[in-house]
Ligand binder design. Structure first.
Ligand SMILES: Nc1ncnc2c1ncn2[C@@H]1O[C@H](COP(=O)(O)OP(=O)(O)O)[C@@H](O)[C@H]1O
Ligand SMILES: [Mg+2]
Length: 398
């Protein structure tokens, strides 16, 4: 068999476990990243070559560079390691006629309006929403759907640019401010509730592994009011976990993913107790969620994703690694210290600590949910005394 070649694209430093596993599978592994990330700790021993570009948002430059690379290297697949690379990879796949999700299909995992329209057409419960292309449509929506609403960018991530809107006057004022950007937003009902995420591996349209966790405070309230980010593994037999499993499976089917990895979010409404589909991405969950899942289940989503992609290229079957069920908790905050001292967080359940500048973060894991809850409750309180800093929100990640 000829050598398998994968090109990983990353405009953010992440995905080391993917690249390592791809190498272990015997593939030739290329990385394309930005010049400003050249110094990061990429797993160089697993990389056959690293290519640098000054600006990975310039898709025409990417098409030229990668087509040039292709002349002497038969690339079997291109993988987007970061959310912001997904669209460009889809464009490159279309240009080079590679298999996998192309531009239209990628929209169901990138564009919040496209993903909502598809999911709701397939009967998945979503917050009432509308496009904001047309004034009559917007007025009609506001007449039928009580405020508050959220006005959100269709393709941003990490809660950036989301605005909570209390009445129509506020909405029109935002539109004045947004100008030509207006059509890149959507409007939907604000559903007060708890926010969950489900991270899955998909093979032949079926979910072969998933792990469900609940965020402490909803990401939007942390973004606006500050506070400590936490997320914790659910008991897979709990009512919430079972409800999530059902809606997640229906959603993955609706969006038509055949093989790959997903990170999906859902809100459980405080008013009606129902699960609403919030968003899905064709990538591994960020912010150390993959580390949490690995600690809680033994499955590293990055590494499994690599195995799955390489099996696909080679026409082999893929079987997910055997998992176990423990209960993990992840806690993370912007710290007021540059190198916060976490040495007093030394319970035996602490399995990972962040070494990121200006951040404090750790992961605990235990065989029982009670112990994880107990540790997380006490650590959240201690983190807010020891480290918590408040930063001003950004409008865009890149
Ligand atoms: N319809 C909604 N109702 C209530 N909260 C919402 C709604 N949409 C988004 N949020 C809040 O904003 C956060 C980010 O929204 P999300 O759609 O997940 O976008 P992002 O891609 O930026 O994560 C959510 O985690 C949740 O806290
Ligand atoms: Mg989100």
């Amino acid at each position: 068999m000829s050598q398998t070649t994968v090109l990983c694209m990353a405009s953010y430093f992440k995905g080391e476990a993917f690249m390592r596993q791809a190498k272990l599978e015997g593939a030739k592994v290329f990385l394309l990243t930005e010049e400003k990330l050249a110094h990061e700790k990429w797993p160089r021993e697993s990389l056959d070559e690293v290519f640098l570009m000054p600006d990975m948002t310039k898709v025409q430059d990417l098409i030229h560079a990668i087509s040039y690379l292709f002349r002497a290297n038969k690339i079997d697949q291109i993988i987007a390691l970061d959310e912001y690379d997904v669209e460009n990879v889809a464009t490159l796949r279309e240009h080079l006629r590679l298999p996998g999700m192309g531009q239209s299909h990628t929209r169901y995992f990138r564009d919040k309006l496209a993903m909502r329209m598809r999911a709701s057409a397939n009967g998945i419960r979503v917050p009432n929403f509308t496009s904001v292309f047309n004034y009559d449509t917007i007025r009609d929506y506001m007449g039928k759907t009580p405020a508050p609403w959220v006005l959100k960018p269709r393709t941003e991530a990490s809660t950036m640019g989301i605005k909570k809107i209390n009445n129509s006057e506020e909405l029109w004022r935002w539109f004045d401010q947004l100008g030509d950007q207006q059509s890149s937003f959507l409007l939907e009902q604000f559903i007060p509730g708890d926010v969950f995420h489900v991270d899955s591996l998909v093979w032949d349209g079926k979910i072969v592994f998933s792990s469900s966790q609940k965020y402490g405070k909803p990401p939007l309230s942390i973004y606006h009011d500050g506070g400590i980010f936490t997320t914790q593994t659910l008991d897979p037999k709990s009512k919430d976990a079972l409800a999530l499993k059902a809606i997640n499976a229906a959603m993955v089917k609706s969006q038509g993913m055949e093989r790959g990895v997903t990170h999906a979010e859902f809100i459980k409404g405080h008013v009606d107790g129902e699960m609403y589909f919030l968003e899905v991405a064709a990538r591994v969950g960020g912010a150390n969620i993959s580390d949490l899942i690995e600690q809680a289940t033994g499955v590293n989503p990055w590494a499994e994703w690599a195995r799955l992609e390489i099996a696909t290229i080679r026409g082999e079957t893929y079987k997910v690694k055997k998992s176990f069920q423990k209960y993990g908790g992840l806690i993370n905050t912007l710290a007021k210290q540059e190198h916060p001292d976490m040495s007093s967080y030394n319970d035996p359940e602490v399995v990972w600590k962040s070494d990121k500048k200006d951040h404090a973060g750790l992961i605990v894991v235990s065989d029982t949910i009670e112990r994880t809850n107990e540790l997380m409750d006490s650590y959240v309180e201690r983190f807010s005394n020891d480290f918590l800093a408040v930063a001003t929100p950004k409008e865009s990640a890149h």
